[in-house]
Ligand binder design. Sequence first.
Ligand code: NAD
Length: 510
Amino acid sequence: MATDTLTASIGTGSSARVYKNFIDGEWVESRTGDMFEDRNPADTREIVGIFQKSGKEDVDAAVDAAKRAFKKWRLVPAPRRAEIIYRATEILMERKEECSRDMTREMGKVIKETRGDVQEAIDTGYYMAGEGRRMFGPTVPSELPNKFAMAVRQPLGVCVMITPWNFPMAIPSWKLFPAIVAGNTCVIKPAQDTPLSVFNFVRALADAGLPKGVVNIVTGFGSRIGGPLLDNPEVRAVSLTGSTDVGRIVGEAAAKSFIRCSLELGGKNPMIVLDDANLDLAIDGALWGAFGTTGQRCTATSRIILQKGIYEEFTQRLVERAKALKVGNGLDETVDMGPAINEGQLKTDLEYVEIGKNESAKMLCGGNRLDSGSYAHGWFMQPTVFGDVDRKMRIAQEEIFGPVVSLLPADDLDDAIEIANNIKYGLSSAIYTRDVNKAFAAMRDLEAGITYINAPTIGAEVHLPFGGVKQTGNGHREGGLGAIDFYTEWKSVYVDYSDKLQKAQIDRPE
Ligand code: NAD
């Protein structure tokens, strides 16, 4: 096998590693000859790696390799496929610290959180390895004598995965592990800001003995290779996690060729805090939900809906705590919040601060870029809280994807739920209350794929369905059995051992 990287001189006397695509079990350079840099958002002077800027030819080579590999991989017994997943998971466990540090360097979130991201991939690996011995299907009694009826799961074929930068190993693991345990072969295109984490993930699979062509990586820009990935007639399914705008493009392309399509998109997640809540707990949850991953989670707590009785106290205490958060390089274990992923995202965050001010929301803390001293070379900003936000304001309606949280007053539970649901998204939701009746009413009435009681909007576990309603997606779920459902096709099988023609619905035994 050719080596996975090269070393390139980058001027200034220093050098950076050049990472290659992974196609048909070989680490190969792009046929375009173009490359792009992956820089550390906490210190953009650091080049984390140089990656292949792939084109259509690379995509076609990867899809061809996956198609060839499918012929054999689909026939490998699922428990054997699962053993490779299990081995790869053990390798990830050994490499957890190295992978976490790489991830913080390439996308900025604090090291405790990148350890959590790698752990989520590990948890998914163990769960999906177990699935190799399950993948249950129904066996039902036939309506005719001497006839056997069952349904079995079959793989789809070549699956394309397009992933975002905010969970750069966890999200690829949600897609790749269930796809391959079910017998599919894959081409993954990581986000251009975080190819190294996908490289680390797939290297573990390759080192665990995954046969060539079963998983292929093509790095590059979605605008350039998204089209070729979706237009290739050999592709049977696409799974995208990303923004609602890109979801629309991918969904339309998939619809044209009738390929199966899973879209996991944006969110604007509400946390309701009622007058009877444990405020200490709710404030801890709000800080973690709003500013964890610099607010760049699809499940980030971006709207906090406060019943009027606790509005003032909650607001004052939250703002005090938000001001005290330590912003900085995520490799420093004492830092609470890292930078924005890139210049464009920071610009968006700061634009929304202006939008909030112009809408007459009350700026309670933050709102500024941090760019002096140790912040000089990164995309940092202050944790930002807006109060007295009206439900119709843009900062209450649009996904910002940064450390900007809106506080909205509500009269009672019904009003709070109405505010929470008054949005085009529906990924996660939370309520803090000590009243079991209100908690159950919220579980029933919040329009979201996930509801937490007395916990913030983040913290999904890998063995329950993950995904949202309304414009957060198109109804599929990752995690748990939903993932196996997406990556398999049902085949119903009837075995007639009566030795005569029996007509269903017509020959009715007395
Ligand atoms: P993005 O939509 O900009 O990019 C996602 C991926 O799509 C990237 O790999 C990108 O290269 C690719 N892409 C871009 N244009 C494309 C095109 N024309 N055709 C095909 N692919 C294309 O999103 P992002 O900035 O990487 O991630 C942030 C977004 O992801 C947020 O909206 C967030 O809410 C969402 N997200 C959702 C979930 C979820 O499970 N619902 C999880 C994480 C992130």
